[in-house]
Structure formats: structure tokens, C-alpha cells
Design a protein around this ligand. Structure first.
Ligand code: FAD
Length: 402
């Protein structure tokens, strides 16, 4: 199972693995160029908020956990905090405030307010092996999976609409939590989708860690096949969920396509730069229209659909806050970007109707950070699939040599 390309339909989507495979090279090529453009590579994020759920002491002292920040003067003027906060901050009555962050009712994650944080060039801080591991990392993953424990019966026990989420209680053992898809037949579709998204994200991070691994003895960087087998390939469903996430993100990009095409990417003032960014984006949107066959209308239907959706949202928002508990700066950075990117995709799929998506009617629908997070997250997932191909080749070579 380890080296085979999955075939057939991707469960709960209208797409198959072959279609994703056929387009991923192109998709990855365009995304790789896109995330190097000024609009998509500069990101402002507050990485130093306290963990709201437990006392976090597990700070990673490894050099690779660190990130390089930028001085504000290096950022095109119109993307600096002072400018952004003028246009990006929703009004006081539209947002629920917490120190340093907020959410609007339609959001699936907490967003940083723009008054705090560092500027980061994402292209200079790639997600890769950092050495962050052990109880701190496991506790974060366990808490994220625990947010999957929702269902209508639990609704009244949870403070879903509260801006202060209930503390995450930790499980006795990871195996209790990570019991796979949780009895497919008994579990509601929304819960399965939640699990796939998280497990797919986890598998994608593991793929990056294994693809850009550092040999602890020689200090050399390179792909580590055994690492990938142990963490991802030995569990074929984990790999399948990366494909699932690609389709989900592409569906969101396809839905928001006209809005993205009308967005202003001008930061440097050079017309050619903006035309280049838009051209690359158009290529990605074109692929998204062909491959993003996720049918969001099958979720959150029927009786109590709205309650279930609010609960799903509240749990996903908690995941975005759990990111403040990640004890490694670079991992926290990418954890925040990716939960924000997925949260933006979920908002596009489940909160916005066609009218809301119309760029003429709703010009401030997404903040710049949400657009940047959406595209960078899709890039990460697409990059993981490209890395999987490298591992398949390594596997085939190793097979031949035996
Ligand atoms: P872990 O990956 O920690 O997994 C813990 C347990 O979860 C496993 O034992 C298994 O039972 C289960 N599990 C594993 N994968 C899946 C899956 N896909 N689906 C379901 N269950 C699963 N490390 C880096 O080197 N670089 C990074 O950029 C980085 N970013 C991170 C971002 C976040 C948000 C977090 C929480 C951690 C990050 N880490 C990063 C740490 C990394 O994810 C691992 O935790 C670490 O490498 C230790 O790995 P492990 O083999 O002990 O298992």
C-alpha cells in the first residue's frame, strides 16, 4: 500500500485521485511561483500570544524552530499594519474580541488583529524538519483531534457561541482519541469531514517534515523515505486525506475565483508584477474549476443543521487558538497559516452564498491575510503531493535494488 497511487473516487467528493494526480504538477508549478510574489509571501502574524488552554513550557530550542522576521520598512507601504487595520478590521459590533484576536460570526477561525505581530517572508521560512517533537507536540495534536468530539447531544454542554472556548481536556491516551474515522457508519458526515481535514493536515505536515528532513548525524538535508513510511504511507487513509484537502481547498478557490480575480494585488506599484500575480492566480483558478469537485451542499443539511454548523465552527475556532500552544516558532507560524487557510476555505464553502461572493457587492469579503493564508495552504498541500511522488520514486528504486 505504501507506494501505490490511490485510485477511484475520493470519498465525500465528486472527484477521483486520478484527476488530482493528472493536474497536480501544473497546479504545484503555478502555486510555487504565486507564493513567491510580494502579495503572497509577506504575512503579518502574532506568534507570541499565551497558550489559552494550558501552561506551555515546551519551547523548542533547536535552531530550526526559529524564524527570520522582517522590518516593517521592507514591506510595501499599503500592506503595513497601519494601512491594513484601516480596511481590514471589521466594526466593533461585527467582531467578538479577545486580546490580540477576534472572530466574526461567519469565521471558522480566530484572526489576529493587525496591531500586533511580526512581518514574515514566508518564502524564507519553509515548513520542514525542525526537531519539535515529544510531549508538547503530542499534546497539541491530541487536543486538536479532541475537538472532533462533537455531536448534537453534546451541544448544550459546550459553550459554542462563547468567545472564550472551554478549556481542552486532555485524553488519557492518544489511542483513545485517534481511533481512526470513528466507526464510519455511526459517525455523521460532518464529523468525518472534520477528521479528514485534520488528519490530512497532520499527514501533510509529516510529509514536509520527512521530505525536508535533516540527518542528525551529518547535518545534511534531504528526503527520508523511512520517515514517510512510518508516519504516512503505512496508513493509506492519511495519504488519501491530503488529496481530500486539495480538492476541498480547490473547490473554495473555484467558488471565490471571481472575487480573487477582482482583488487588488498591487503592492510594489509595478504593473508587470501585478499582471504576473494575476496571471498565475488565473492558472490556479482554471485548475480549481476542473478539479475542485467537492459538493459542499451535502453537509449541514436537515434538522438542526445550523446548530451543527455553529458547533463545527466553534470547534474549528478552538483549533486555531490551540496553535498558540505549539512550542516551536516555525511550526506555530505554519500551523496558524494553515488553520487560517482551511478556516477561510470552510467559510467560503459554508457561509457565503453566490450574492455574498460577488466582488461588486462585497468588496471587503476577505482580508488580505485570509487570501494569503488560503493560497499558501493550498500550496502546502499540493507540495505534499509532489513530495509523495518523490517518495514513490525512491521506493521504486529501493525495490529494484533488492
Ligand atoms: P506525531 O506526528 O506527533 O503524531 C502523534 C500521534 O498522532 C501519532 O503517534 C499517531 O498515533 C497519530 N497520527 C500521526 N499522524 C496522523 C494522521 N495523519 N492522522 C491521524 N493520526 C495521526 N515538526 C517539524 O519538524 N516541522 C514542522 O514544521 C512542524 N509543524 C508542526 C505544526 C503543528 C501544528 C504541530 C502540532 C506539530 C508540528 N511539528 C512539526 C511536529 C510534528 O508534527 C510531530 O509532532 C513530531 O515530528 C513528532 O512526530 P511523531 O512521529 O512523534 O508523531
Amino acid at each position: 500500500a505504501c507506494h501505490r497511487v490511490p485510485t477511484g473516487p475520493i470519498e465525500t467528493t465528486l472527484c477521483d485521485y486520478e484527476t488530482v494526480e493528472a493536474h497536480n504538477d501544473d497546479l504545484y508549478t503555478h502555486l510555487k511561483d504565486l507564493v513567491k510574489t510580494p502579495f503572497f509571501k509577506y504575512f503579518r502574524v502574532d506568534l507570541y500570544r499565551d497558550c489559552p488552554f494550558w501552561q506551555e513550557n515546551g519551547y523548542c530550542m533547536n535552531r530550526e524552530c526559529g524564524i527570520t522576521t522582517m522590518d516593517e520598512s521592507e514591506i510595501p507601504e499599503r500592506w503595513r499594519a497601519a494601512e491594513l487595520s484601516k480596511v481590514e478590521m471589521p466594526s466593533e459590533d461585527q467582531r467578538h474580541n479577545l486580546p490580540g484576536c477576534y472572530y466574526r460570526d461567519s469565521d471558522f477561525c480566530f484572526l489576529d488583529d493587525m496591531s500586533e505581530g511580526d512581518y514574515i517572508d514566508l518564502s524564507a521560512n519553509p515548513e520542514r524538519f525542525t526537531g519539535y517533537a515529544g510531549p508538547s507536540a503530542h499534546r497539541v495534536w491530541a487536543s486538536i483531534y479532541e475537538e472532533n468530539c462533537f455531536g448534537l447531544s453534546e451541544y448544550n454542554l459546550l459553550s459554542s457561541n462563547s468567545p472564550n472556548p472551554a478549556p481542552v481536556s486532555l485524553p488519557d491516551s492518544m489511542s483513545d482519541l485517534l481511533r481512526g474515522d470513528g466507526g464510519e457508519s455511526k459517525t455523521c458526515l460532518e464529523k468525518r469531514v472534520y477528521y479528514k481535514i485534520i488528519s490530512g493536515l497532520h499527514a501533510s505536515i509529516s510529509t514536509h517534515v520527512c521530505h525536508e528532513d535533516m540527518n542528525q548525524t551529518t547535518g545534511e538535508w534531504g528526503p527520508n523515505l523511512q520517515c514517510f513510511i512510518n508516519r504516512v504511507a503505512a496508513y493509506p487513509e492519511r495519504l488519501q486525506y491530503i488529496y481530500f484537502n486539495v480538492v476541498l481547498m480547490l473547490r473554495a478557490v473555484s467558488r471565490i475565483g471571481p472575487y480573487l480575480q477582482a482583488y487588488d494585488y498591487c503592492g510594489t506599484g509595478a504593473h508587470e508584477d501585478d499582471a504576473y500575480t494575476l496571471d498565475k492566480l488565473n492558472q490556479v483558478i482554471g485548475i480549481a474549476q476542473d478539479v475542485g469537485k467537492f459538493d459542499e451542499t451535502v453537509l449541514f443539511r436537515g434538522e438542526n443543521a445550523n446548530i451543527l454548523k455553529e458547533e463545527f465552527k466553534a470547534h474549528f475556532r478552538n483549533v486555531s487558538r490551540i496553535m498558540d500552544c505549539v512550542g516551536c516558532d516555525k511550526c506555530r507560524l505554519w500551523g496558524k497559516i494553515q488553520t487560517s487557510g482551511i478556516g477561510t476555505a470552510l467559510k467560503i464553502l459554508f457561509e457565503l452564498d453566490e450574492k455574498a461572493l460577488d466582488p461588486r457587492l462585497n468588496a471587503n469579503l476577505l482580508s488580505r491575510s485570509e487570501v494569503v493564508a488560503l493560497i499558501n495552504t493550498l500550496h502546502r498541500f499540493s507540495e505534499s503531493l509532489a513530495a509523495v511522488n518523490v517518495f514513490r520514486e525512491m521506493w521504486a528504486e529501493a525495490d529494484e535494488q533488492e
